[in-house]
Design a protein. Structure first.
Length: 239
């Protein structure tokens, strides 16, 4: 059982007394070994069918769905539980149009010479260009901002820890939640992404992390034919 060391009655942690509640996983009591493997396989198989999709249908998706996806993402772990993220959800067609125009402006510069030749060669199998029609077609754009530090209502600031790691994990949860719901998204980074904070009027402690269009795939949507590295190439085991 965790507890406080009587010889250290606070120190840098002050007089905060941690509070604990029982860990109550949805599954109930300990899961049998065979069932653990079956669940791991089922989840892996489901995740393996996820793809980044760049052709969206304009079919509507209820705001309640997007809110569930954001709730799922916001359940991610974070450094010192600071939850240093903001998910800005955009469905307004005029705002989507402005985001598309600004993103395409940056992408045109990137594809037109700002990216290295090696980078462009690495992108070639994906068939991407500076054009991003999906930013207008997808019913929702979710812009994930990282909070580099806390900004309290009185204007004072506070520290956030492992911000990139934390927000990256939340992004992963979000992408997995989109997939589990039967929708698609694209992890998009039309960099530099400063225009997003500006267009969306974000406070000065927030920096755009990812732009994630969310919706149904367009009928007949295609994705690049990619191979994933096998287990032996992505892992090492010391048993
Ligand atoms: C951090 C990050 C940034 C990405 N940025 C872009 C992007 O700006 N445009 C794009 O079309 N795809 C982008 N992608 C998507 C990758 O190209 C894609 O994940 C990769 O090709 C593997 O394909 P899959 O997601 O279908 O497995 C990005 C992915 C990540 C993780």
């Amino acid at each position: 059982m965790p507890g406080r060391d009587a010889a250290d009655p606070g120190g840098a942690q002050g007089d905060v007394t941690p509070r604990f509640v029982p860990y109550a996983p949805a599954a109930g009591p300990r899961v049998a070994d065979a069932e653990v493997l079956a669940r791991a396989q089922a989840f892996r198989r489901q995740l393996e069918t996820r793809r980044s999709v760049r052709h969206f249908s304009d079919a509507p998706v209820a705001r309640a769905v997007i809110e569930e996806l954001v709730r799922a993402a916001a359940s991610a772990p974070s450094g010192a539980h600071k939850q240093p993220w903001t998910f800005v959800v955009v469905g307004d067609p005029a705002l989507k149009r402005r985001i598309r125009a600004a993103a395409e402006h940056e992408e045109r510069l990137s594809y037109g010479g700002r990216m290295s030749e090696e980078w462009l060669r690495d992108l070639a199998p994906l068939g991407t260009t500076w054009e991003k029609p999906f930013l207008e077609v997808a019913p929702w754009l979710v812009v994930l901002f990282k909070q580099e530090h806390a900004l309290h209502p009185d204007g004072s600031t506070g520290k956030h820890y492992y911000v990139n790691e934390s927000v990256g994990i939340a992004a992963g949860f979000f992408i997995a939640a989109v997939h589990a719901a039967g929708l698609v998204t694209l992890t998009h980074t039309p960099s530099p992404m400063g225009f997003l904070a500006e267009l969306l009027g974000r406070p000065r402690n927030e920096k755009a992390f990812l732009l994630l269009p969310v919706g149904h795939p367009a009928p007949g949507a295609e994705v690049p034919d990619l191979r994933r590295k096998p287990l032996a190439e992505v892992s090492a085991v010391h048993e």
